[in-house]
Design a protein around this ligand. Structure first.
Ligand SMILES: [Mn+2]
Length: 333
């Protein structure tokens, strides 16, 4: 196998050739706590590999949320902790840096080849082969372009997976990353025949009873900064336990922060079992939350980013809100 190395961004043909000529099986990974784009991209890649006559193993540290049960092949995901095998070729999807792959890196063989396919602006080109398109609205769009450029026929299963990722990362075609190109891609994918409402309902709308309980309890913690431009909620370990919801479910609280009229930055703080604090940041028009997150060792996109901070919760809130208030102040100066 010709191993392409380097830190730049490779072209479609190099990426295609690396994947198709790699030894079997190929390990397919996406980021921990996988979302619609990560799962969609990993599954579309798995379907592609299978059609190219390759074998693959799909792995993630975390369970896949049940809302994604409709996705073709989702049952093939295995948990990292259950795996012993080592892999010579790995393709990472929707991971901005190697930490996002979690413990799956323990499954990489010595001298492995890592293919990094992503769309995060903060991607540090951690692969040996990198296909990173920071202007792409979703990793699923990067894959759509790759498949088109290399004449890979997109079947219905792949189309459902790619469409799900595009739908998720554009917030249902609402965010500013909703480009003419992504609508063209969505139209093309939809022509393979599936129900768009079924996907939108599962991915964007359905809530479990535990999630609704989490919203009820979480909204009681909602605070608005004196500037009137920052809103935030905090989910402590106790609150999460009382709701019966899981850690990943906390995302359902985010829209209630940024969506408040007049708010520029919405924040969600969640206390992790080890006492550290995970922060999700969303902005509306002006504030670059990726650079704020980066300052705390995190990353993401201009309007959606995240990071981890040391506890305790109240202290993490204070220092983050102070930083965001500075950013809001200069954005509205
Ligand atoms: Mn993504």
């Amino acid at each position: 196998m010709a191993r392409v190395t380097g830190t730049g961004t490779h072209n479609y043909r190099e990426v295609y050739d690396t994947l198709v000529n790699s030894p079997n099986p190929v390990l397919v990974v996406c980021h921990i706590s996988p979302d619609g784009d990560a799962i969609g991209a990993a599954l579309a890649m798995a379907h592609f590999l299978k059609r190219a006559g390759k074998s693959f193993v799909l792995v993630n540290d975390d369970p896949i949320q049940s809302r994604y049960d409709f996705m073709p092949g989702v049952g093939l995901f295995q948990r990292t902790a259950s795996m012993r095998q080592k892999f010579a070729t790995i393709v990472a999807l929707d991971c901005a840096d190697s930490k996002r792959m979690g413990k799956t890196t323990s499954l990489f063989a010595e001298g492995h080849c890592l293919v990094n396919i992503d769309h995060h602006e903060t991607n540090d080109r951690f692969g040996h082969v990198n296909l990173v398109q920071a202007e792409a609205s979703a990793t699923c769009l990067v894959l759509y372009r790759l498949f088109h450029a290399t004449d890979v026929a997109i079947d219905r299963d792949m189309a459902i997976c790619l469409y799900t990722g595009i739908l998720f990362d554009t917030g249902g075609f609402r965010y500013n990353n909703t480009t003419p190109e992504i609508h063209h891609a969505a139209a093309d994918l939809l022509s393979r025949g599936f129900e768009p409402f079924m996907i939108a309902d599962r991915v964007l709308e359905s809530l479990t009873r535990e999630q609704v309980e989490l919203v009820r309890l979480g909204l009681a913690t909602l605070k608005i900064h004196p500037s009137g431009r920052i809103a935030y909620v905090a989910v402590s370990k106790d609150l999460l336990a009382a709701s019966g919801a899981s850690d990943d479910d906390t995302e359902v609280l985010l829209p209630y922060t940024r969506s408040l009229s007049g708010i520029e930055v919405g924040l969600l703080f969640r206390e992790k079992p080890d006492g550290s604090v995970k922060v999700s940041l969303r902005s509306r028009d002006r504030v670059d939350v990726a650079s704020i997150a980066l300052g705390f060792g995190g990353g993401g996109h201009v309007r959606a980013a995240g990071c981890s901070m040391p506890g305790p919760l109240a202290q993490a809130i204070d220092s983050m809100v102070a930083k965001v208030a500075d950013a809001v102040m200069s954005a509205f100066a």
